[in-house]
Write a protein that binds this ligand. Sequence first.
Ligand code: ADP
Ligand code: MG
Length: 157
Amino acid sequence: MFSITTKTDEETQAIGRHLAELVSAGDVILLDGDLGAGKTTLTKGLAAGLGIHRYVKSPTFTIIREYKEGRLPLYHMDVYRLENGGGDDLGLDEYFNGQGVSVVEWSQFVKGELPAERLTIHLHRDESNIDRRTLTFDPQGEHYQKMTDKLEAQYDE
Ligand code: ADP
Ligand code: MG
């Protein structure tokens, strides 16, 4: 596990752009944090890094948005509306095992459908500064551990 603190929206997007260089087909990234923590902001950076230049917004009402024009497809999910169940009807497995990168906001609402190996990124707001966020990388499995190590190495430079 390691953490990075950002002071602007742009710095959080930059982390997403770095992450885009490290992801491969079938990767699953869970974004964990309150409303306004920066989950969608981080996803915007990831999308840009994959070469997706369309406007990326939180798919709260559609639940899943697919972007296929980048280096890899991006499946951006916001499952907040599944708080009361229904995740099993969406065929999330097909996304998680698919050829793209799955990014899931509010993944706690589909706990039962998540793969054991994944990268969880916790985003926390800092009470003392409205623009400060701490991102903590919590990898499950060797593949995501390596990804996290590479990211950490870039941020140590
Ligand atoms: P979420 O998807 O977690 O609900 P969003 O990414 O939609 O959050 O919103 C985060 C908001 O916080 C945006 O308005 C963004 O501009 C703002 N913000 C301010 N500072 C930061 C930062 N350091 N990192 C990310 N977002 C930030
Ligand atoms: Mg969001």
